[in-house]
Design a protein around this ligand. Structure first.
Ligand code: 2GW
Ligand code: MN
Length: 297
C-alpha cells in the first residue's frame, strides 16, 4: 500500500509513521506531489510508531512562548495537556520562553519529562513577539535544546492537547495543514503576495497553506528553517515591509522552497470553531477561542 508515496517508505529511522496505509483514507489526499505522507487518522499505527521511537531512545523537545498575558491565560493548560498526550512514553524536554520565568506554573512532571524555562525580552508589538520566536528558536537550537533533543516541535501556546500526539508525527521536517485553509484553492490561500517581501509567493506557487502554530523536525532541519525565516523577516524590516501573516508567511515560503518530509492533517491542530467535518475524525490539538479584543491592544 505504500507504493504511491515514496517518502512514506523511507527508512524507519527518519519516518515514524508505523505501517502507513495510505489507502485507508480514500476521502482525503494522503500523499503530497513530492512523495511526503499526509498523516490522516487511520493511515498510521501509533503503537508501531511508538515502538520504533522507543528503540531509538529519542529525546523530543517541545518549545512554546508565553509572553505577557498569554502566560496566565494559556500556559498551564498547554503544559498539563501535553503531559497527558504529547509523546507519552518518550523522553520529553519542554522549553518555555517567557519574560517572567518566576510566573511559570510549577507542574508535577511525569518520569523522563523535563521543563526548562528561558528568559526572553518582551517585544513592544505583538507582531514582533510572534516573529522574534524564529530568532530565539534558532539560538536555542544551536545551544542546550539542540544538544539534548533529536527532534523538536515548536507550538503556539493558545491551544491544548486533546488526544494522543505521538511519534507518528516525527520526521526530518514536519508541516501542519492550516485548519481554515486546507480545502481552499491555491489562488485564494493567504500567502504574502507583495513581490518585494522575502516571504512572497508568485501566482501559481504554493503547495498548501501551513499553520505556524505547529511545526517540527530534526534539530538540523529546524536550525535551517529558523535561520531562513529570521533572515527573511530581517530583510523585510530593513525595507520597511512586514509580511501579511508575519512569521507564518515566512514559514510558508520556506516550506515552498524546502518541502516538508511529513505533513500533518488538520486533525493535529484543529479549530473547534470550524464545526464538525466528516474528514476530521480525531483532533489531537485544539485551538483556544480567539479573543483578539481581550489580548490584542
Ligand atoms: C499575539 C497576538 C496578539 C496579542 C498577543 C500575542 C502574543 C503572542 C502574546 O502576547 N504573548 C505570546 O507569548 N505570544 C506568542 O506568540 C504565543 O506563543 C502565541 O501562541 C504566539 C502567536 O500568537 P497568537 O497565537 O496570538 O497568533 P495566532 O494564533 O493568530 O497565530 C498565527 O499567526 C501568527 C502570526 O500572526 C503566528 O504565525 C502563529 O504561529 C500562527 O498560529
Ligand atoms: Mn495561536
Amino acid at each position: 500500500p505504500m507504493g504511491t508515496c515514496p517518502m512514506a517508505k523511507m527508512s524507519l529511522r527518519d519516518n515514524f509513521t508505523g505501517l502507513l496505509n495510505l489507502w485507508a483514507r480514500p476521502d482525503v489526499l494522503t500523499c503530497t506531489s513530492w512523495g511526503a505522507p499526509i498523516l490522516w487518522d487511520g493511515t498510521f499505527d501509533p503503537d508501531v510508531a511508538q515502538q520504533e521511537a522507543i528503540q531509538q531512545n529519542l529525546t523530543i523537545g517541545l518549545t512554546v512562548f508565553a509572553v505577557g498575558r498569554y502566560l496566565e491565560k494559556y500556559l498551564a493548560r498547554f503544559l498539563e495537556t501535553a503531559e497527558q498526550h504529547f509523546m507519552v512514553g518518550q523522553r520529553v524536554v519542554y522549553y518555555v520562553f517567557t519574560e517572567r520565568p518566576a510566573a511559570v506554573p510549577r507542574l508535577l512532571l511525569g518520569p523522563n519529562r523535563h521543563l526548562r524555562v528561558e528568559r526572553v525580552l518582551r517585544e513592544r508589538r505583538w507582531q514582533d513577539v510572534s516573529m522574534e520566536r524564529m530568532r530565539t528558536l534558532h539560538a536555542a537550537l544551536g545551544g542546550r535544546l539542540g544538544r539534548e533533543a533529536r527532534f523538536v516541535f515548536c507550538m503556539d501556546v493558545d491551544q491544548h492537547f486533546s488526544s494522543a500526539f505521538g511519534p507518528e508525527a516525527l520526521a526530518e521536517s514536519v508541516a501542519q495543514l492550516h485548519a481554515w485553509h486546507y480545502h481552499w484553492p491555491q489562488r485564494l490561500l493567504p500567502y504574502e503576495r507583495d513581490a518585494r517581501s522575502a516571504a512572497a509567493l508568485a501566482p501559481g506557487e504554493g503547495d498548501f497553506y501551513y499553520h505556524a502554530a505547529l511545526f517540527g523536525g530534526s534539530v538540523e532541519a529546524l536550525r535551517e528553517l529558523t535561520a531562513h525565516c529570521t533572515q527573511g523577516q530581517q530583510r523585510d524590516r530593513t525595507r520597511g515591509l512586514e509580511a501579511r501573516w508575519h512569521d507564518e508567511s515566512h514559514l510558508n515560503k520556506y516550506f515552498w522552497l524546502y518541502k516538508p518530509a511529513k505533513v500533518l492533517s488538520p486533525e493535529f491542530c484543529w479549530s473547534p470553531e470550524i464545526g464538525p467535518r466528516a474528514e476530521i475524525r480525531h483532533p489531537r490539538v485544539l485551538w483556544a477561542p480567539k479573543e483578539y479584543a481581550l489580548v490584542r491592544d
